[in-house]
Write a protein that binds this ligand. Structure first.
Ligand code: FEO
Length: 175
């Protein structure tokens, strides 16, 4: 694996771990404001991001590259409202999509077809992540902070189950 690709893939491990950290921090925020369903949704999202990091971790190993874990930046710890938090989720996922697209560009420039092929799964995943986050933002806009609506959305989000993506090595947590 060439050095430019290896460094770019290692940077993405860090970005996925930061995503996990960010969503876990949001999970703590929702627990503080007693919206346990939102908190569960974000806890599962944090676990999913960990599986994304592990996909990159395993891919670098399989290609004979060295995994280098770097310092994870501290996430924010407070948001103004559920709307504010989920607008942040959406903005963050759009940013992650652009990181994946940049990685694909690097793979193409370096003619590393194994890497560009590996990244296809993430391209599809990012479409889903952006759509899901935007869907929750739109529901929150309709609710306008009204208690009954928030309660119902909290119930809905609390139904989320954790299903590790195929091929990931994170252990089933029984959630
Ligand atoms: Fe790993 Fe939410 O993208």
């Amino acid at each position: 694996m060439n050095e430019r690709i290896r460094e770019a893939l290692n940077d993405q491990i860090n970005a996925e771990l930061y995503s996990s950290y960010l969503y876990l921090s949001m999970c703590a925020y929702f627990k503080r404001i007693n919206l346990e369903g939102f908190a569960r949704w974000l806890e599962i999202q944090a676990l999913e991001e960990m599986t994304h990091a592990m996909k990159f971790f395993n891919f670098i190993h399989e290609r004979g590259g060295k995994v280098e874990l770097k310092t994870i930046q501290g996430p924010p710890t407070q948001w103004d409202s559920p709307d504010d938090a989920f607008e942040h989720v959406y903005r963050h996922e759009v940013k992650v999509t652009s990181l994946i697209y940049n990685l694909v560009d690097v793979g193409m420039e370096e003619k590393d077809h194994a890497t560009t092929n590996f990244l296809q799964w993430f391209i599809t995943e990012q479409v889903e992540e952006e759509t899901t986050a935007d869907g929750i933002v739109q529901k929150l806009k309709l609710i306008k902070g009204e208690g009954g609506g928030l309660f119902m959305l909290d119930q809905e989000l609390g139904q989320r189950m954790f299903t590790p993506p195929p091929g990931t090595t994170i252990l089933q947590s029984g959630m």
